[in-house]
Design a protein around this ligand. Structure first.
Ligand code: ATP
Length: 194
């Protein structure tokens, strides 16, 4: 199975692009969504997160996202420890998921693909780009967040220039119609290689 990693900075439009591949019949695995799902339902993850963050990590069995977000935002050691709990389990879940897919290739959307070395497990990599100010504008419209918070996350991610160096395809996601055309072109190209 050909694994195509789909990445890009916060708010670049990864999920928007992933949905366009899905509309072409390609199975899509969104790592962040699966990680959240596992944090909500896996007993082992829940136990380990409570060991790490204390009882306040869950309220009535529901992950206390804001409490955890505040801790990891201020102390990167906690972020690393949390990733060490979650990443191996998402990786296992992904391996099982891939085996069940029947398609010429699959798309795996990972926000921090290069930063965590996940690109080495992909056959091809697509990076979605968009100007920083446009990404900030889109995120302020989508989320209940602030410019400062978005910029702090951006600082922890590789720059577009760094990502482009290691990518096979770049989607410049400014105009939706142009983006859709780029997706179709890339889809055809990967099918040729499959
Ligand atoms: P995150 O990094 O938070 O996971 P993302 O990279 O997956 O975000 P999306 O959620 O796909 O980004 O897009 C961010 C916001 O921008 C969404 O509200 C989406 O609808 C909007 N958006 C994405 N692409 C475009 C576009 N080409 N034109 C207009 N709006 C867009």
């Amino acid at each position: 199975m050909i694994i195509v990693g789909l990445t890009g900075g916060i708010g670049s439009g990864k999920t928007t692009v992933a949905k366009q591949f899905e509309a072409l019949g390609i199975p899509v695995y969104i790592a962040d969504v699966e990680a959240k799902r596992l944090m909500a339902k896996s007993k082992i993850i829940k136990r380990k997160l409570i060991q790490l963050f204390g009882k306040k990590a869950y309220i009535n069995d529901v992950l206390n996202k804001q409490f955890i977000a505040d801790i990891i935002f201020n102390d990167k050691t906690f972020l690393r420890k949390m990733n060490a709990i979650i990443h191996p389990r998402v990786a296992k879940h992904f391996e099982k998921w891939v085996l069940k897919q029947d398609a010429p290739y699959i798309i795996k959307e990972v926000a921090i693909l290069f930063e965590n070395g996940g690109h080495t497990a992909c056959d091809y990599i697509i990076t979605v780009t968009a100007p920083k100010d446009l990404r900030i504008k889109r995120l302020l419209m989508r989320d209940n967040t602030t410019k400062n918070k978005i910029q702090a996350i951006m600082k922890n991610q590789w720059t577009d220039e760094e990502k482009i160096k290691y990518s096979h395809y770049i989607i410049d996601n400014v105009d939706m119609e142009i983006t859709k055309n780029q997706v179709v072109d890339i889809h055809k190209d990967i099918l040729k290689r499959a």
